[in-house]
Design a protein around this ligand. Sequence first.
Ligand code: SAH
Length: 354
Amino acid sequence: MPDISAARNLYGSALAELGALVASLGEPPYRARQIFRAMYRRDALVPAGWSDLPAGLRRRLSERHVVRRPWVAGRRDAADGTRKYLLDLPAGGQVEAVAIPARERWTFCISSQIGCAFGCRFCMTARLGFTRHLTPGEIVGQVAALRADTGAPHGAYNIVFMGMGEPLHNLRGVMGALEILLHPLGFALRPRRITVSTVGLPDRIARLASLPEPPRLAVSLVTADPALRRELMPAARAVRLEDLAAAIRAYGAGRRDRPTLEVVMLAGVNDGPSHAAALARFARAARAKVNLIEFNPTPELPFRPSPEARVHGFLRSLSRAGVVGTVRRSRGRDIDAACGQLAFTGAAAERPAR
Ligand code: SAH
């Protein structure tokens, strides 16, 4: 058995890093592509079994390296088929991720950090505080683990960065993960299958936009009223809404899929006619569409979901103002797997069959 603490974990390496590794072993560059493909495309985690590589190289890799991705430590299934996972990370720590079934394909909701630093008042993850950023391997490894558990075929799933954490606070980890997820020899996902959801950091949105293949963008606006937003999302108080609208508009320029504004509907807080009017103005300035999210209540939080009639009235105001809006139904609420509910509550209750 190799000593895992001393051995370097290859999982999460970029193609360029593997290129440097094989060069240092005197091997040609295409060996790096073979290793990359084995780990990410085939989810083959034992170097000794990489039979397209020469035995000598496999042996040398096994001596000095391990290949370890996050693995499922617990799973709970909701009545609607949604699955919430507790994942153990090879370097220590745990995160949660959620798989949501739809007719055509699964959606994997993954985490970018352990905990979160942003302290949004309506979110349970915020209550955990911030522990650390996830590495690219810890991010793509969640996708691999959920793919293995659900049996979702290659290409037949979407990814949303809507689990624990703020993805643009961990831009380096998320960009490293995107490279592996999009690479044809890796997960080979199309950029439109991936959505990065953010509290809305304008300069970081611009950096995401500068990628060769930017993913879809969702911004958790919650409200276009600046004072109310500062109250509900205290860590985002430095963000000027004009700058945010401009960054979103620039992101969407020249793309087919418009950015989305996510608005979690809080009864009597952000769901009135004046809020709808301000949101419509913001959405037009940002050239974005709107997704109204049902609030998932928990006893710890001082909010209630907006009544359905109010949500539909809100939607009609948006539509009269020329803004496209949809309502997102909550999924997996009975197992605390829904938006804003990832906070390690009972996730490990059932262990999956091995
Ligand atoms: N930090 C990122 C991603 C995680 S939150 C972001 O802010 O976008 C993902 C979505 O869940 C956000 O749109 C957030 O507004 C929403 N959300 C948070 N708590 C919620 C709750 N209790 N009920 C419903 N949606 C919630």
